[in-house]
Each structure stands twice: as C-alpha cells, then as structure tokens.
Write a protein that binds this ligand. Structure first.
Ligand code: NCD
Length: 353
C-alpha cells in the first residue's frame, strides 16, 4: 500500500498484517520505540479533531518520530488562498508521511496525486475515515476474537457519518457480517454505499428503531448527528437527540455485545452506560493509537518517490456534489470510477449526473 485514502486500498492480507503488527505493539511497545526514529509526519487538520489528531501525534512520538503541522488552517498560507496542490507539493518536501483531515470530500485522494510521500486520509468531509476503521476493527478483533459472522448495528447519522461509510467498505473483506442500519430516513446511508453493499453481497437491513433490533446485535456502533454537515439547520433540529442509548435499553442487549462510538459523543449515549462492561468506546480510542502506530511504522518508512506522475489538468468540475474537492480546486483531473455499474466521481464517490 502506498496511500490510505479509502479502506478499499488495503487488501485483506494487508489488513491482517497491520492488525498483527498493532497486536505486537500493544503487547510489547518497547520493541517499537525506534521504528520511526528520524522520520517526520506532517499533520494537516483543516477541521476540528481531538482523537484523530492526538492519536496520530502520539503514535508517531511513541515510534520515536516527530510531527509538525496545523490544527487550524487560518494559521497557515491556506488562508492566503494557496491551493491544496501547492500546500501538498511544499509540505511533502519536509515530511515522510502526510496525514490530512479536511471538510472537502475527496481531498486526500486529490493530495495523493501530487505527493511523493504517502498520504493518509484522516477524514474527508462526510465521505470516508479509513483510519477510524483500523481503530474499530482492532477493537472488535481484540475484544471479540474476530469480525466474521457478527451482527453489527450502525445507529445515528449514517448519511454524513464518514466512520460508518469506511466501516461498511471494510466488511467486503470479511465473511457473513450482517448490518442493521438504524437511522431516520433522511439520515440513511448514501446511495453509493448501498450500491457497494449490494455489489459485494453484504447482508443489510435499514430500520428506524433501535430498541427492536438491539437484542440481535453483537456490536452496536453509535454515532453523533453530524451537525456541521447539515445545510438546513431545521433538519438538524428535527434529528438531534433522536437515538439515545441508556442503561435501560442495554438491558435487552446480549451480555457480550460491544457498545462502540468513534467519539466525540454529544447525547447519544448516556453517561451511566460508561461503567457497563460492554462499553468499549474509550478503549476503542486507545486501540486507535496502536492501529495508527502500526500504519505509520509502515508508511513513514517508505522511500520517497523521485517525482510524481504528470496529472492531467482539469478545467471545470464534472461532479455536482457541492462538498466535492473538485468544486474548489478546478485544476483537478475529471477522474471517473464505477460504483455498482454507475459512473461516479473518483474523488467523492457521488454519482455523476
Ligand atoms: C469522528 C469523525 O471525525 O468523523 N470522530 C473521530 O474521528 N473519532 C466522528 C464524529 O466526529 O462524530
């Protein structure tokens, strides 16, 4: 693997190797303290983050490497109007790996076209968040022994929740996983995710009630209603507080069900759930650091490319998704890919109209 933009960039074998390394790190961290000695990570965070940014930073530090970057783009030349391409061309001259989070969908993919060093997508708008998936899969594997055959409930904002999209994409690599997609109709998964599940014969059902399905689940993955992604504030008001997991609701769940959440939580899990042995979300955040250590140990040690391939210069966006990176960075090439037989934008996955 050269970049991690979408969880699909990893083969099942690469995931198994990554998990095996994360396990070794958890069991004997001292053995890894010099693995990235002399290596430098550039972390560009164009959007708020606590866990992802901190866990990438601490992961690099625990491997003996160092980190620079910004957590607020207003403190960088981005605020002077620099293009993403120029920022990437420049910082990739200083670093060995580039970790980015942006509000624009497809931005990490765009950056990878111009980067001689590996690019890691740490969240691109409401699209994907593959390193959260490495945290999620590490948690499930470590606590449940494996992922195959599990019934997983995904609850909340499945439309804008990028962690959900990446987790669903990962399940193509496992066997007999069942998804219970729990959301109001207006916050259901995007069509390209539904097409992906159909194409890969992933079993799923879409429901609006949590309580009816909770007894069937092995994992319940709660998510925050993604307020910052709503164009219409009334839509947010209608949906906030819609699912709240309480201790009482947990009474009907299996005794070994895992309660997961990428965090931050707002009100979707009451604090009295935190002390239930099934609550795994804080542990999940810690496992995320180990998974990122395993990832950086590989990516930050890859040789830099002498030069990147020439990229076709675009003139106007072919994608109509207003949150797609091609809407603001017009030089990007008009790349197209197939999703479930349909032509889609290769940056943000939206269907091309
Ligand atoms: C998630 C994100 O940023 O997408 N947080 C995280 O990375 N752990 C989930 C969220 O913000 O709700």
């Amino acid at each position: 693997m050269r970049h991690l933009i979408d969880f699909g960039d990893l083969s099942r074998e690469e995931w198994d190797t990554l998990y095996a390394r994360a396990s070794q790190i958890m069991d004997d961290p001292a053995q890894f303290m010099d693995v990235c000695r002399g290596r430098v990570s550039c972390n560009l965070f164009y959007e708020p983050s606590t866990r992802t940014n901190f866990s990438f930073q601490t992961a690099m530090m625990r491997l003996g490497g160092t980190v620079f970057g910004f957590a607020d783009p207003n403190s960088s030349s981005v605020s002077k109007g620099e293009t993403l391409k120029d920022t990437v061309k420049m910082v990739s001259g200083y670093a060995d790996v580039l970790v980015m989070r942006t509000p624009w969908e497809g931005a990490a993919k765009a950056a990878s076209l111009y980067s001689p060093i590996p690019v890691v997508n740490a969240g691109d708008g409401g699209h994907m968040h593959p390193t959260q998936t490495t945290a999620d899969l590490t948690t499930i594997t470590r606590l449940r022994g494996g992922v195959d055959g599990l019934s997983i409930g995904l609850c909340g904002d499945l439309k804008n929740g990028r962690t959900v999209h990446s987790l669903i994409k990962a399940m193509e690599k496992f066997r007999d996983v069942k998804f219970f997609l729990i959301s109001p109709r207006e916050l259901a998964v995007p069509e390209y995710i539904r097409a992906f599940m159909r194409e890969h014969n992933i079993w799923f059902t879409e429901v609006s009630g949590l309580e009816a399905v909770i007894p069937q689940l092995d994992v319940l993955y709660m998510t925050r209603i993604q307020r910052e992604r709503f164009v219409d504030p009334l839509e947010y008001e209608r949906n906030k507080g819609i699912y709240i997991l309480t201790r009482r609701k947990l009474d009907r769940a299996k005794p070994d069900m895992l309660v997961m959440h990428p965090l931050p939580r707002v009100d979707e899990i009451t604090v009295d759930v935190d002390d239930d042995p099934r609550a795994a979300y804080f542990q999940q955040a810690r496992y995320g650091m180990f998974a990122r250590m395993a990832l950086l140990a590989d990516l930050a040690n890859q040789p830099r490319l002498e030069r990147t391939d020439a990229v076709e210069i675009g003139t106007k966006p072919v994608c109509t998704n207003p949150r797609c990176i091609t809407q603001t960075e017009h030089y990007l090439p008009p790349l197209v890919k197939k999703n479930g037989g349909k032509d889609c934008c290769a940056f943000c996955d939206a269907e091309l109209k």
